[in-house]
Ligand binder design. Sequence first.
Ligand code: NAD
Length: 519
Amino acid sequence: TIVRSVLKKRVPLRMGRMCYSSSAPTTKLFIDGKFVESKSSEWLDIHNPATNEVISRVPKATHEEMLAAADSCSRAYHTWSETSILTRQQIFLRYQQLIKDNIKELAKLITLEQGKTLADAEGDVFRGLQVVEHTCSITSLMLGETLPSITKDMDTYTYRLPIGVCAGIAPFNFPAMIPLWMFPMGMVCGNTYLLKPSERVPGCTMMLAKLLQDAGAPDGTLNIIHGQHAAVNFICDHPAIKAISFVGSNQAGEYIYERGSKNGKRVQSNMGAKNHGVVMPDANKENTLNQLVGAAFGAAGQRCMALSTAILVGEARNWLPELVERAKSLRVNAGDQPGADVGPLISPLAKDRVNSLIQSSVDEGAKVLLDGRNVKVKGYENGNFVGPTVISNVTPDMKCYKEEIFGPVLVVLEADSLDEAISLVNKNQYGNGTAIFTTNGATARKYTHEVDVGQIGVNVPIPVPLPMFSFTGSRNSFRGDTNFYGKQGIQFYTQIKTVTSQWKAEDATLKSPAVTMPT
Ligand code: NAD
């Protein structure tokens, strides 16, 4: 009920049409179990991307507030890390139920701040919820190993233990899923957690924090600060923080990886993408075109796993007109409007950037078969909308191919053979996700073995792994060596202690010092 009352204050009943003044609600910090107003003099406006109206404000936390949050994490660590694993498991069992009970409210907040459609926003929560559900298996996930009788009367066993205070820095495009990749995994292992949500979409994360508190997480186990560079530098530099999970752009991710690592922290950094969908001429055409269009334009292309590049192999190049027709049929509208397929981009700046990348493709000789730049959405004329855009005759040297566009734009290349398609995929700087569409098992097998990409779908357009696996990435899509969630996530948030013990019978007691190395 507290969550609902918070929500009532924050969410206008008719999203996208309500006008706020400078008295827009403020986003609180979450420090030591309390939602507190920041004393900062620096605040950022949060806009509804469908209207650009200011809906709330978020502070850049002061240095004292960030210190208080980190201190709270450090204090709570001593008791939380010693809390029984069954107690931690119970908290996350309650938490997953509370998320399920509030999925619609969480989705509304996402649509309001981020812009994606309500159905897609529910998917955002759901994919994060699955990670929380997985944390409930912590009693199996944290098992150590044993090897009895390594020599006479001697056994070796390992404990998997938490590492201390961990921190997460999140992007704007999945306001629920990505924070839920971070703090539940870290906390269930016995760590305490300092989270910095994206300053553009903090509302959903705050509600997730309230639900975690309602589930019974003790004060100080999760703290939340807001801000931009100063908050990020604080996390990279604070000596109590042992590990940093980052998801976002390369500009930020490479910087955080370097600065955090230099300070001796573990860092996992998931970054940008340019995901290729390879379409073989033997593919199921109907299925492939629908999947490709959904994965290119869903969430307005603002997914790190969006299929933003199509490679049409051989005769599949003739499918282009039908691809364009399907893209044309998608409805662009505010995310809370019935029937909306493609919502707005996050900001006017993002819209300008996407539009200029489309223009760069024209200037460099590509052909815009479907141009979403001048799309008009009735009732939402000030929104950051770009309609589905399809660009053909694209070559690898063009800016629209080299850069991640992060908008509803599909660039199309052609290849004469599977080998040529594989070579294109492997030459791109990113290795986040890819998909191949084919009915030939040998083709699929060759592709999955030869591409250097983290997530590969065979007739699956957005192959985000379930939480018992890990979300990986290669080349410029990832820095670090241990990935998010799954077994690798547990490894990232834990350390190993190895105990070797010997219990001898009394008559086997050593009679003199053993000075040689034991063998
Ligand atoms: P972003 O890098 O702008 O922001 C991410 C976080 O970093 C935010 O919390 C922000 O405050 C902080 N930040 C931003 N610029 C910074 C800087 N110069 N120095 C230090 N910190 C900075 O990313 P975004 O625009 O919010 O998210 C979109 C990007 O995230 C895309 O590139 C997308 O591909 C990527 N992404 C990757 C994955 C993945 O798993 N590989 C998942 C989702 C999004």
